[in-house]
Design a protein. Structure first.
Length: 79
């Protein structure tokens, strides 16, 4: 079964790009998929995550990790 994650961020965010790079590495080790969610398009998400992006959220249990996070943090999130 695939673990589904949302990566909350904004376009042209270098930290979000780093987080996505970590996700690509994690995807090689496990069965995960993710969607990039643009918070600037949603006022609620912008208010929630504006100062915390990138944020990675596991959709089946709503666990979140906030930047800075590492590959190890992602592995823990998906276990």
């Amino acid at each position: 079964m695939s673990i589904i994650l949302n990566l909350y961020g904004t376009s042209h965010c270098h930290l979000c790009e780093q987080a996505e790079s970590l996700l690509h590495t994690a995807a090689n080790d496990g069965n995960i998929s993710w969607a990039f969610i643009e918070i600037a398009d949603d006022e609620t998400l912008l208010n929630l995550y504006e100062c915390k992006i990138p944020v990675l959220k596991r959709m089946d249990n709503n666990c979140e990790i906030f930047w800075p996070f590492s590959l190890d943090d992602i592995v823990i999130l998906i276990q």
